[in-house]
Design a binder for this molecule. Structure first.
Ligand code: 5RP
Length: 223
């Protein structure tokens, strides 16, 4: 079993009958969705909400009952991956472009469990370019503002065209270097008109499950 799968399967053990479960996006969340589907096929009764069309399609295909965002009041537990995790369990997310829905799920979940392999743990966030979701019609103005913050923004491309998020927006991947104060940067970015949200998840994770290549798993709880 690979390190991502190990972390995912450990996290899915926390899911109980009756829960509403948020499904993350990406190659680690993939294993959690697979593992959850197996439990559903064995009789676990849950309903899930997906953070992307990709995860929704996978969950549907595997027989996980889904509910739309419009019917949600609260989510019991969300299990999602991350691109970077620091010692305070702050995260960079959005490598897969799903940061907005992921953050809405995280913010409305009683518990957010992050599943990663060991490569995602960092001293300080910022080696991974920070994804910022922006509205396309004012992209040039928003990009200028991101440049003024020293973010060196690059519009994410897919097949030579701007990558379009599930919400119809674009992603500007920003390189700020080591991020000294994630909470402050998060606020600065989200105050720019034209920014929809950014991939900093500051003190949102309740637990991080880290899978190691030697087959072990470490659980880190938020303080
Ligand atoms: O935030 C995400 C998608 O928007 C993912 O959780 C993040 O990119 C990690 O992906 P992976 O598990 O494939 O490494």
């Amino acid at each position: 079993m690979n390190a991502k799968q190990l972390a995912a399967e450990q996290a899915v053990e926390h899911i109980n009958d009756g829960m509403i479960v948020g499904l993350g996006t990406g190659s680690t969340a993939y294993w959690a969705i697979r593992s959850l589907a197996e439990k559903v096929s064995e009789g676990l009764r849950i309903r899930a909400v997906a953070s992307s069309i990709q995860s929704e399609d996978l969950a549907k295909q595997l027989g996980i009952p889904l509910i739309p965002f419009s019917e949600l009041e609260e989510i019991d537990m969300t299990i999602d991956g991350a691109d970077e995790v620091d010692a305070d369990l702050n995260l960079i997310k959005g490598g897969g472009g799903a940061l907005l829905r992921e953050k809405i799920l995280a913010a409305n979940s009683k518990r957010l469990i992050i599943i990663v392999d060991e490569s995602k743990r960092v001293e300080r966030l910022g080696a991974f370019p920070l994804p910022v979701e922006i509205v396309p019609f004012a992209a040039n103005l928003t990009i200028r503002r991101l440049e003024r913050l020293q973010g060196k923004p690059q519009i994410r491309l897919a097949n030579g065209e701007p990558f379009i998020t599930d919400n119809g927006n674009w992603i500007a991947d920003c390189s700020f270097g080591p991020i000294a104060d994630p909470a402050q940067l998060h606020l600065q970015l989200n105050m720019i008109p034209g920014v929809v949200d950014n991939g900093l998840f500051v003190q949102m994770a309740h637990q991080v499950v880290v899978g190691y290549n030697d087959g072990t798993v470490k659980i880190i709880n938020s303080r």
